[in-house]
Write a protein that binds this ligand. Sequence first.
Ligand SMILES: [Zn+2]
Length: 226
Amino acid sequence: MVSLSNHILDTFFPRQCVGCKRYDQFLCVHCRMNNLEPEHLPIDQSEKNSVHISSITTLGEYRNPVVQRLVKELKFHHAALVAQELGSLLADVLKQSLPAMIESGALLMPIPLHSRRKRERGFNQAALLAHAIEKALPEHTLVVNEDMLIRTKHTVSQTTLEDEQRQKNVSGVFAVSKKSLPSLSGATIILVDDVITTGATIQEAAGVLAALQPRIIHTVAIARGR
Ligand SMILES: [Zn+2]
């Protein structure tokens, strides 16, 4: 019955566009065209700050107020429904920019919240996004894995910090679960987060996963910048 009532909620919940307030979707097609700037950015591995990460795929600039409202909705309001919409947009960008990866498969790993924050919020918005991306690809080649990457320390929100403090704040917060495979040799990983600002968080997570020797690590998020 739970899934049935969720389905009814999904179907009938009035979605209001965060851009123009029209009842349609959380971001109507018109506002999507005017506010999103999907970007797939390959990263030069030789750059000092980008060890382990091969590309960053995002939907728009965080400084755009409509994008900011979307991220807020994802974190605090209609999380699951917003995730559905954004996940399917992200899946479209991935299909266009990394078609070979979509064909060969990858693990979608949401950046974990510390258990305390997850309890407070009730869900991890990055995990909702990851599941939405998986669902949006009928090929089922991208599979969510929420068990391998874990967060061992509770930290203050990155958004309150200056650049130099951000790196320090996330240093040592992630670990690989003892239950996970000894090796991810040859695997492709896609790290999923809501906003990528300095990249300190995804960098830290990728560094921890690199010990399992994946072939390549991509990252996706709703927004980039600040
Ligand atoms: Zn609109």
